[in-house]
Design a protein around this ligand. Structure first.
Ligand SMILES: Cc1ncc(C[n+]2csc(CCOP(=O)(O)OP(=O)(O)O)c2C)c(N)n1
Length: 323
């Protein structure tokens, strides 16, 4: 896997941030009923660049929009999902926002009960091993979810059978209002990997290239047939948990302001400017281009039809036939 193009990487991170801000505004305007912010998690885009979207599978965390944009998800897809339109590629308007699922992009749905998508990722990896298709499956979840039994069963099974799956905990320090030290007695979630017989590694999510490098090593290992790995990406969530959360009740504004110094989008922009691969005028032009893309996508989604009542049960229950 070659090094990622830094501009392509920056582009998805910047687009994700701009989409995130727009989605939040739409929610505050009463035009979108539910927002799930990704701001602060943009460094996860690094892992997507270490995968092969044509071959590998992604069963993502709900804050993985930056990575999904590299897998082919478009702003039109995002807004059609947000507004639950009939042409939402994720679920045709049935699932809540950010329950990403699109078979054309090898993207499989997470479920609202967290994290029961993780055993599904292990099942896909088992199928890959049986088929011999050399695909790797990546699955993501939060630090709160990492304390659930689904993770234990998944990691244990995957390690025994040396399955080509990467478990990725995006540790933002909170499970809604519950801080990490009330969820677990370890400092690094990845420390648990040893207990399953697989390597564990920590990457700082403020640096997408560090995330890429840690992901690349785990993916190479899985592709060689040496089995799963556990990666922890340390991030900070800049916005409330969802649009239904009031984060002022459990974290101080001083903490939030201090963490903004580690903004992954701003830091990566500074880095590519310093390396002279980027400059302010190119940044302005990109911002305008992405803004135009967002306006187009928003207009497209708003003009798209809602699902009809007659379609309410399609793909929800098995219909017809004598089963
Ligand atoms: C089984 C289950 N219990 C509770 C919830 C409600 N819930 C949704 S997200 C969440 C917190 C998850 O925190 P974490 O895994 O750290 O991810 P983060 O949202 O911080 O990225 C909870 C408790 C749920 N979706 N499923």
């Amino acid at each position: 896997m070659s090094e990622p193009d830094p501009i392509a990487l920056y582009r998805v991170m910047f687009l994700a941030r701009m989409l995130d801000e727009r989605i939040w505004q739409l929610n505050r305007q009463g035009r979108a009923h539910f927002a799930v912010p990704a701001a602060g998690h943009e460094g996860v885009a690094g892992y997507a660049f270490a995968l092969d979207p044509a071959r590998d599978y992604l069963v993502p965390h709900y804050r993985d929009l930056p990575a999904l944009l590299h897998f082919g998800v478009t702003p039109r897809d995002v807004f059609c999902n947000l507004f639950a339109k009939a042409n939402d590629p994720n679920s045709a308007g049935r699932q809540m926002f950010a329950h990403w699922s699109d078979a054309t992009h090898h993207l499989l749905s997470l479920s609202s009960p967290q994290p029961n998508h993780v055993p599904h990722a292990v099942g896909i990896a088992l199928a890959s091993k049986i088929r011999g298709d050399n695909a790797v499956t990546w699955t993501g979840f939060g630090d709160g979810s990492s304390s659930k039994g689904d993770i234990h069963e998944s990691m244990n099974f995957a390690a025994i059978h040396k399955l080509p799956v990467i478990f990725c905990c995006e540790n933002n320090g909170y499970a809604i209002s519950v801080p990490q030290d009330m969820q677990m007695a370890v400092q690094n979630v990845a420390d648990r990997a040893a207990g399953y017989g697989m390597p564990g590694a920590v990457a700082q999510g403020r640096d997408p290239l560090e995330v890429f490098e840690v992901a690349r090593q785990a993916i190479d290992r899985a592709r060689r047939g040496d089995g799963p790995s556990f990666i922890e990406i340390k991030v900070y969530r800049f916005m409330p948990h969802t649009s239904n959360d009031d984060d002022k009740r459990y974290r101080s504004r001083e903490e939030l302001d201090a963490e903004r110094a580690n903004d992954p989008v701003a830091l990566f922009r500074e880095r590519i400017v310093k390396e002279k691969t980027w400059d302010a005028s190119r940044d302005d032009a990109l911002k305008q281009e992405l803004q135009a893309q967002i306006y187009d996508a928003l207009a497209f989604a708003e003009a798209s039809p809602a699902p009809t009542a007659a379609e309410a049960f399609t793909n929800v229950y098995a219909m017809g036939g004598d089963k």
